[in-house]
Design a protein around this ligand. Structure first.
Ligand code: PLP
Length: 422
């Protein structure tokens, strides 16, 4: 419990609504009336802030099956909460720190070093913590890796790969060498049958299609001159071990497995930087960010800090092989339930490429889907509605989703089927 006195603490608080006042669990001075404090600055002679951790319990939390921003590990949230107000005795929050001060430097350096440990990233790769989401990388990748008249190849296994392809066509000459669109994105091509463009500067894949639930279990080998494979790993980053040396570049919007929105992670082989197109905005130039250790301008400091806490947690769990085992188990019981439902639940994705992270499914009776989502929410399992472009349901079961969450979901599914499969 931190106690502030007027001498050392902000002596005015802006409370905007009566709800906020009720929710503010403090022993505020009683010398003011509610009417006086609404929409007004108030001065407290002394204020005791209560650690909100004591005001909420894990039973207040839901199982959040959202695709992103998504569930974060509970212990990470609680650690961030305990450090929010005064990080490691620095007297300030990470949100208030200079990004060039020694405190934040220690945070970003540890985050990078832990990520290197987790993914066993070779030394000849840069790790960049950027802004703009994975969508910005759809442009940054071609701007940095090729000239406007150069060909590149895209394998399109879902909507995100398609968006990446479309954005690239503004900056180079991309070709979709395979698309699953006509079959509604339920599979991945056999690599042997791919006709890659010999002069292509890179081959781009989306390692896990978040909306369609299609995941590469192995990776194609690019036949272009540089053997350059580029992957959007936004929704399966750090969900399992990956041989980084097979890729020239990996990027991930970090609002799923490894942190909150606001941080994009790029892992790039060092020989690939320094060739950006002349009109590349400075913020999209990997060389600028690499040479400045991701501190060219103000980075998303709090998000990077959160990613660092998640990396620490993943290492404490035993690393990505252990994390993968847990993810396989969770996905298995969910897919088994769908497969064992005699068609009541259906997953459209081809069995061998079903995602460990995003499980889309439909009901044989689509008219029951809204009820399914609503009833599940009443049971504290939220965000199960499928993406607006495909409908149905989708359970995103990222690293932070506990086994108990998936067990609760499958128990609910079985009960729902028992009540409606008549
Ligand atoms: C696979 C994939 N790529 C790209 C994006 C876009 O990410 P952002 O919103 O960070 O731009 C998403 C978002 O969910 C995604 O799932």
């Amino acid at each position: 419990m931190a106690t502030m006195s007027a001498a050392v603490a902000p002596n005015s608080l802006l409370l905007k609504s009566t709800k906020q006042i009720a929710a503010f669990p403090t022993t505020l001075s009683r010398s003011f009336t509610e009417a006086a404090i609404v929409h007004k600055r108030i001065t407290c002679s002394s204020t005791t802030l209560q650690n909100p951790a004591t005001a909420t319990t894990s039973t207040d939390r839901v199982f959040n099956f959202a695709a992103g921003p998504a569930i974060l590990p509970e212990n990470v949230l609680l650690k961030a909460q305990s450090e929010l107000y005064n990080w490691h005795g620095s007297g300030m929050s990470v949100m208030e720190m200079s990004h060039r001060g020694k405190e934040f430097l220690s945070i970003i350096q540890k985050a990078e070093s832990d990520l290197r440990t987790l993914l066993n990233i070779p030394e000849n790769y840069y790790v960049l913590f950027l802004q703009g989401g994975a969508t910005t990388q759809f442009a940054a990748v071609p701007l940095n890796l090729c000239n406007p008249d150069e060909p590149v190849d895209y394998i399109v296994t879902g909507s995100w790969g398609d968006k990446a392809f479309k954005e690239a066509s503004k900056y180079c000459k991309p070709k979709t060498i395979w698309s699953g669109k006509s079959e509604k994105y339920v599979n991945i091509p056999s690599f042997g049958a791919l006709e890659q463009t010999p002069e292509a500067k890179y081959l781009h894949i989306c390692a896990n299609e978040t909306i369609h639930g299609v995941e590469f279990k192995d990776y194609p080998v690019p036949t272009n001159g540089n053997s350059l494979l580029v992957a959007d790993m936004s929704s399966n980053f750090c969900s399992k071990p990956v041989d980084v040396s097979k890729f020239g570049l990996i990027y991930a919007g970090a609002q799923k497995n490894v942190g909150p929105s606001g941080v994009t992670i790029v892992i790039i082989r060092s020989d690939l930087i320094g060739n950006a197109q002349p009109n590349t905005p400075v913020m999209l130039d990997y060389k600028i960010h690499a040479e400045n250790n991701s501190l060219y301008n103000t980075p998303p400091c709090f998000g990077i800090y959160m990613c660092g806490l998640v990396f620490e947690d993943l290492i404490a769990q035993g690393g990505l092989s252990e994390v993968e085992k847990k993810n396989v188990k969770k996905a298995q019981i969910l897919y088994d339930t769908i497969n064992g439902s005699k068609g009541f639940f259906r997953c459209p994705v081809e069995t061998s490429v079903r995602s460990l992270m995003n499980v889309p499914f439909t009901l044989a009776k689509p008219e029951l889907e809204a009820e399914f989502v609503k009833e599940a929410a009443k049971e504290k399992m939220v965000q199960l509605k499928g993406h607006r472009s495909v409908g149905g349901m989708r359970a995103s079961i990222y690293n932070a989703m506990p086994l108990a969450g998936v067990e609760k979901l499958v128990a609910f599914m079985k009960d729902f089927q028992a009540r409606h499969d008549i």
